[in-house]
Design a protein around this ligand. Sequence first.
Ligand code: ZN
Length: 469
Amino acid sequence: MERRSPAPRVNPPRRAFIRALSCLAAVWCQIAAPAFAISSKDESELGRRFDFEARSKLPLLNEPDVARYLDRVGATLVGALADRAFEYRFTPLRDGQVNAFAVPGGFVYVNAGVLVRAGNDDEVAGVLGHEIAHVQAHHLARQQEKTQLLNYAVIAGLILSAIQPAIGAGALAASSAVQLKYQRGFEQEADFLGARYMRNAGYEPRGMLDFFKKLMDDQRGGPKLVPPYLLSHPLTEERLTNLEAVLRQSQWDRASRRAGSLDLERARLAARVNLEPIDAVIADYRRRVEENPADPLAAYLFGTAQLLAGNAAPAREMLRRAQQLGVQVSERELGRLALQQRAFGEAIERLRKAAEIDPQDALVFRELGRALEAIDDRAGAMEAYGKAVELSPSLDDVHYSLGMLAGRSGRTGEGYYHLGEALLLRGEYQSALNNLHKASGNFPEGTARRAQIDANLRDLTQILGLRPR
Ligand code: ZN
């Protein structure tokens, strides 16, 4: 083969994408930055800035049970990667349609609708494994090199419309009618890699195929029923056939008929309460108990649904029944119920027990903090809230409570810091900036907290187009 150009050359589309990435440093690209080689660091930077900015536009779902479930499945998959390219972060969105999308750098957004539709952990792992594969294989960056999108605003707008078609079509993507869609080869590669990640992490790869088949059925039902997921991840019979062949060749085709885990059931209930009319949710879970009166999980979920609907008496009765049938975890729900009924002593006792049973449960610590705050135990409440945000950093309401409590307790720096974090998570950037500025001086240089505050300040300053102070 003839080689005409021995020197390495950057082709024009590649240069355009590199310039778009390098412009991220200046956010809106006012000056043409010099091209530099595209690297994982550039992708991380794109993801981080996109995430920072998109959080104020996306309908985030702030449910500890949902966040924790996604984190757990995601972390299991990522933990088994032989060559992890990025830190991964999984963000649940308040949207009942099936969709998931990964942004370069490891930022994965998942609609709550995925959890409602998935039959078991394997199916959820299939969706996440496929997204992780797109990131690990740098598909978006490689694809943009070919399609030559010109600047960060267009790229960010396209990604935003892939995640949330309704809002993406507005602000950011106005300049482009192009739709972001992975090319066929990348889809197949993501299927294959995703299935391998699943296998390595202990999930049944068959779950991916099962879930995709459900979506294929939706697609056959007509254009109105096509889930947004299929717009950015086109699904064809050929793709399903290829995935089936891969599973068979690797002897990974054992049917996955596992039931949903308790964590998935809990996440699904929390998601549904946020997405559907509460009466419909209750009716569904009631039917399950009527069909299986001896099933502890059915009783537990129905009791929890009643609790979330604010129906104290039937909730208590059903949760007791679940406990008698052997569900130990209902201390957390009986504690929440007591809190709802303002029986603070009982709530604190039960929630402390629940925290012992499961010390990783952010929801328990949030509720415990609320109960302690109600009896004016500020120090106790702050400790519990602190634990909650340590376990689940995106709980903006907990940051807000912590900020107010810290302020009232004379811990000014902590107060401004947590208020700043709450406002940041809510996308109220100007107020966040003001609070974080006030917080910064209260922490000595070189401490982790100071470094975190200053990093957030730098991002905010850039996003708001301000000069650094
Ligand atoms: Zn895909």
